[in-house]
Design a protein. Structure first.
Ligand code: NAD
Length: 476
């Protein structure tokens, strides 16, 4: 096989294409100008919506095969999520894509300014395994809406979903317009080296760094949707059962393998004991004391991650959970107390169903600790006291914040979703997704009359006159 050969849509055939030829074909299609038409984009979005609806059960089955995802959970967080993206986008696309008029600068009077939303061109979207459908298809919806040609690279660690997506893409779109390149890190690396016009990457910090390095060689702009440790702060004045329920809902979805899941909790020492009891009761309420038998609870993706998580279990006092079974890749939701802030479970992104609970006596301790850590994707605060909420909002940095709940900040279309610093750069969802894949091209249309001579050399005016002139004519 030639050096940059990659299996294209290997879920359905064994054809081999080169990463270079993928880009060449996409670029040729883009240059044909077809994607400039709004009707074309809308047709493609409708076709994608239909393709998803037709394959709904195959997709849910694949998600079950890869991650043991309960059907209802998979529908809400993957299939339904993308379908709602499509309908939201279709309703607003014409408005988003409209050129905007601006007044031209006085200095260039008479003139008219225009901002033209333009596609980047060819886009590479690389997805992770934890929401292998949503995190590939939701950016795809935005990229199509903005008028780009796309190569999708699904995660090799969710092979069943990868195959369904590849098949669906092949059956729905012209291969020169949207294509899926299945494969592992080598395939992804090969693709990132080609010089796409935009790279949208969701995954780990380590690989995000590699993607950005590869993109930098071509000066390709990137969006990086990365991970990290999203903290949760519980004040003494909240309804502790409600807080426990909402925190565990976020932690247990997809068995804790969610980028913005609450990673660990800081609870006010005044209510620590009560809160730990509430967590135990809520787990019982969710899974009846036997999460292994529950149809609502997922599994760990593979043995490597299972073993990594196993290593965390002894790093605190076991409050509840801890049961595990390597064969079935099962790990019960587990609460750890008395965890040392220097323990590995408090240093690395957990990405599994283990919830360390730390206590604080003074919120200043928490703020100092958060400032020392990399900026997380999300921060959760449970408090009734508005001043307490406001202080956390003002003194912490994170991709997003949700007050009195977890994860729901990412379910709507009106709030941009993304990280900063170690948790990523750029954002999407709703209009932010359209913006992410759009270059806003500024155009100034000048009249040829009058053509004032004063700006051309040789300079005939003193510096004082020029300064006066600037004050007058450079105000807008
Ligand atoms: P990963 O970084 O290991 O892999 C992600 C993708 O990158 C895969 O498709 C993989 O094939 C590809 N890849 C591997 N090596 C590459 C290279 N050298 N160049 C380009 N691409 C390469 O991540 P993962 O294990 O699949 O996902 C888990 C991580 O993703 C967690 O850290 C999680 O927090 C993060 N995540 C973030 C978000 C978000 O929206 N911010 C969402 C989900 C997951």
């Amino acid at each position: 096989m030639q050096e940059d050969a990659i299996p294209a849509t290997s879920g359905c055939s064994s054809r081999v294409v080169s990463a270079r030829s993928v880009l060449t074909r996409l670029r040729a299609f883009y240059d044909s100008q077809k994607t400039r038409s709004l009707d074309f984009r809308k047709e493609q979005l409708c076709a994608l919506g239909c393709a998803i609806e037709v394959r709904e059960s195959d997709i849910l089955e694949a998600l079950y095969e890869d991650l043991h995802k309960p059907r209802q959970e998979a529908y809400v967080s993957e299939v339904g999520f993308v379908l709602s993206d499509i309908s939201y986008t279709l309703q607003r696309l014409a408005r988003w894509a409209r050129p905007r008029r601006r007044r031209g600068p006085l200095l260039a009077w008479p003139s008219r300014g225009l901002i033209l939303p333009e596609p980047y061109g060819t886009v590479l979207i690389i997805g992770p395994w934890n929401y292998p459908f949503q995190l590939l298809l939701s950016p795809l919806v935005a990229a199509i809406a903005a008028g780009n040609c796309v190569c999708l690279k699904p995660s090799e660690l969710a092979p069943a979903t990868s195959a369904v997506v590849a098949r669906m893409v092949l059956d729905t779109f012209s291969e020169d317009y949207i294509t899926a390149a299945e494969g592992g890190p080598e395939t992804a690396e090969e693709l990132t080296n080609q010089g796409f016009d935009y790279i949208f990457f969701t995954g780990s910090i380590r690989v995000g760094r590699q993607v950005m390095e590869a993109a930098a060689r071509h000066l390709t702009p990137v969006t990086l949707e990365l991970g990290g440790k999203s903290p949760c702060i519980v004040c003494h004045d909240v309804d502790l059962t409600l807080a426990a329920r909402r925190i565990l809902w976020g932690k247990c979805m997809n068995a804790g393998q969610t980028c913005m899941a609450p990673d660990y909790v800081w609870v006010d020492a005044l209510v620590e004991r009560e809160f730990l009891t509430a967590l135990g009761s809520v787990l019982n309420e969710f899974y009846g004391g036997a999460p292994r038998q529950s149809p609502d609870y997922g599994r760990i993706i593979n043995r490597g991650h299972f073993d990594r998580l196993l290593g965390y279990l002894g790093q605190g006092r076991l409050v509840c959970g801890g049961e595990h079974e390597a064969d079935g890749l099962f790990m019960a939701p587990t609460i750890l107390a008395d965890v040392s802030p220097s323990a590995p479970v408090m240093q690395e992104e957990i990405f599994g169903p283990i919830l360390p609970v730390l206590r604080f006596n003074d919120i200043d301790e928490v703020l100092v600790s958060l400032k020392r850590r990399p900026k997380p994707l999300a921060l959760y605060v449970f408090a009734r006291n508005r001043a307490f909420q406001a202080r956390i909002l003002a003194e912490t940095a994170s991709g997003g914040v949700c007050v009195n709940d977890t994860m729901t900040q990412a379910f709507g279309k009106t709030l941009p979703f993304g990280g900063l610093g170690a948790s990523g750069m750029g954002s999407y969802h709703g209009k932010a997704g359209f913006d992410c894949f759009t270059h806003y091209k500024s155009v100034l249309r000048r009249s040829t009359w009058p053509d004032l001579r004063f700006r051309y050399p040789p300079t005939r005016h003193s510096l004082a006159t020029v300064k006066r002139f600037c004050r007058l004519f450079m105000r807008r």
